[in-house]
Write a protein that binds this ligand. Structure first.
Ligand SMILES: CC(C)(COP(=O)(O)OP(=O)(O)OC[C@H]1O[C@@H](n2cnc3c(N)ncnc32)[C@H](O)[C@@H]1OP(=O)(O)O)[C@@H](O)C(=O)NCCC(=O)NCCS
Length: 151
């Protein structure tokens, strides 16, 4: 089940962040800030009463939605959770009036690159020194306009 996160979920989401991004997890205060910016785009995937994945998106310049984080509990991967979270994020982003969904991903993150490519995200450019370790990020976009996102 996908639902909006509540402030009470943030502790567990912070734990999930540490499991998913051991090198540079978002701290809890940053998660709280993301949640306060766009609560309807801060989603969790719950299974058997446990949060096993989450996706956080914020709206920039009214028409660009920016995926800030997406992660799935390591033991629950390859079951469609990441795709389901992204599908719902896209649906809500469209509803919120965004024409584009944008994200950053490490060019060595093969699972994420495959997921994004399979859903129609296109590489745009590299952002040097984006990650705390100094690695660049690949910026990807997807047009959310009706009919175009299936291309
Ligand atoms: C990226 C991530 C969110 C994917 O979540 P997931 O629930 O495992 O993804 P799904 O099961 O929905 O996979 C959907 C598609 O993505 C691709 N994919 C996902 N994991 C993959 C892997 N390990 N290897 C190759 N392709 C993969 C496949 O195309 C897959 O479709 P398929 O299973 O029909 O082949 C998850 O691996 C994760 O949390 N990684 C750590 C955090 C992270 O890197 N987040 C992204 C930051 S930009």
């Amino acid at each position: 089940m996908i639902r909006e996160a509540s402030p009470r979920d943030l502790g567990w989401i912070a734990v999930l962040e540490e499991k998913c991004f051991p090198k540079y997890p978002y701290p809890r205060w940053f998660l709280a800030m993301l949640h306060s910016i766009s609560p309807s785009l801060f989603l969790v995937y719950e299974a058997d009463g446990r949060i096993i994945g989450y996706a956080s998106t914020i709206i920039r310049r009214r028409i660009i939605c920016h995926l800030m984080s997406l992660c799935v509990e390591p033991s629950m991967r390859r079951r469609g959770v990441g795709r389901a979270l992204l599908d719902e994020t896209e649906r809500r982003s469209r509803e919120a009036g965004c024409s584009t969904l944008r994200l950053e991903v490490s060019y060595v993150n093969m699972p994420a690159l495959r997921l994004y490519s399979s859903l129609g995200y296109r590489p745009a450019y590299f952002k040097p020194g984006y990650y705390p370790g100094g690695e660049p990020a690949l910026v990807m976009y997807k047009a959310l306009l009706l009919g175009r996102d299936k291309l």
